[in-house]
Write a protein that binds this ligand. Structure first.
Ligand code: PHE
Length: 358
């Protein structure tokens, strides 16, 4: 009996030791210790033994079973290590391979400029407001003190949507100023908003596109006066163009919705074909502004004897062309990747506050 057991043990351990690979070892485990395995079969044979032999035989079988199970565990670890070793040898990572080039996106100069303008004015306490691109005539013109027969309507080269039977027709907004009206109707002063967005005029050449962008600004409270308007816009121009002592000039002008109105010029030089923003003997117009016309306040239900304020509007394309030296406005919309790679910005560039706002 003992001899038989020794033989079974030797055979079992040899099979475990010589199993090649984890799959083979598992097959050996099933053959020995599985439900129908040979060592499990020994356990079942206990039932047929004489009671006096059973105890000793049981202990011997259990010892054999434990010994074989331990051997299988040890073999498993050894084979798993060998497996890993073999994979490490065969699957080498070639760290000298050149990296695959990743397509890199660029921020369009229009988006960049909008972000810069918003960052500077946001720092001054303006919050962003929005309005629809397809606008009621009343918001785009009438409420802004441009009645139906007003000559300013002709200057705007408006895109009209097809009219309805009753004569009512919508327009593509010709400026962001209708957002002034919507803001004044929907919120109580004090107000301090900017409205960046798309605007539309039927015009197309090197400095005009039928769709372009503006940023509107509006302040309404009880005390803001022309001095605040000037201070705000001078600081804005200097921060945006990053020139601390940039000359800024307010030239009297006319807009139906502001009174008095002004156009803002910044100093520049045009010597020998070179153009530079800063000190010089020339001026360049960059935005329109003025004190909100009391008629506009009244059109929005705001008491003009109590409230006043100022407004301004600027063209984003124009600002971007001047700051980044882009000669033709039409190129903004041609989607030429070579152009975008040249004039675009890294997505990681935080809107520039270079120079701060003083
Ligand atoms: N809406 C004017 C334009 O498009 C700009 C402007 C806005 C002027 C606000 C004065 C005040 O030309």
């Amino acid at each position: 009996m003992n001899n038989d057991l020794d033989q079974i043990r030797d055979e079992a351990l040899t099979r475990v030791a010589t199993a090649e690979g984890l799959d083979a070892l598992e097959a050996v485990r099933v053959a020995l210790l599985g439900k129908k395995g040979s060592i499990s079969g020994l356990m079942k044979s206990l039932g047929g033994m004489a009671p006096e032999d059973r105890k000793a035989a049981g202990q011997a079988f259990n010892a054999l079973k434990a010994q074989v199970a331990d051997a299988i565990e040890a073999a498993k670890e050894r084979l798993a290590d060998a497996d890993l070793e073999a994979r490490l040898m065969s699957e080498k990572v070639d760290v000298t391979l050149p990296v695959r080039e990743q397509a890199k996106g660029f921020v369009h100069p229009i988006s960049q400029t909008m972000d810069e303008v918003t960052a500077i004015l946001g720092e001054m306490g303006f919050i962003v407001a929005e309005g629809p691109n397809i606008e009621e005539d009343w918001y785009n013109f009438t409420a802004l003190n441009i009645p139906p027969e007003h000559p300013a309507r002709q200057e705007h080269d408006t895109f009209y949507l097809p009219g309805e039977k009753n004569g009512h027709r919508m327009v593509l907004r010709t400026h962001t100023s209708p957002v002034q009206i919507r803001t004044m109707q929907n919120a109580e002063p004090p107000l301090r908003i900017i409205a960046p967005g798309r605007t539309y005029r039927c015009d197309y050449d090197a400095t005009h596109s039928p769709m372009f962008h503006q940023v509107e600004g509006l302040v309404v409270d009880k005390a803001s006066h022309f001095g605040h308007l000037k201070g705000c816009l001078i600081e804005f121009c200097r921060a945006f163009f990053d020139v601390d002592d940039l000359p800024v000039r307010f030239r009297p002008s006319y807009f139906p919705f502001t009174e008095p109105s002004a156009e803002v010029d910044i100093g520049c030089t045009r010597e020998g074909g070179a153009f530079r923003i800063g000190h010089g003997d020339d001026w360049l117009e960059i935005l329109g502004c003025g004190m909100v016309n009391p008629k506009v306040l009244e059109n929005c239900g705001i008491d003009a004897t109590e409230y006043q304020g100022f407004a301004f509007g600027m063209g984003i394309e124009r600002l971007a062309m001047l700051k980044y030296g882009i000669p033709d406005l039409r190129t903004f919309y041609e989607s030429d990747l070579r152009w975008l790679r040249h004039f675009g910005f890294s997505a990681l560039d935080v809107p520039s506050m270079v120079g701060g706002i003083g």
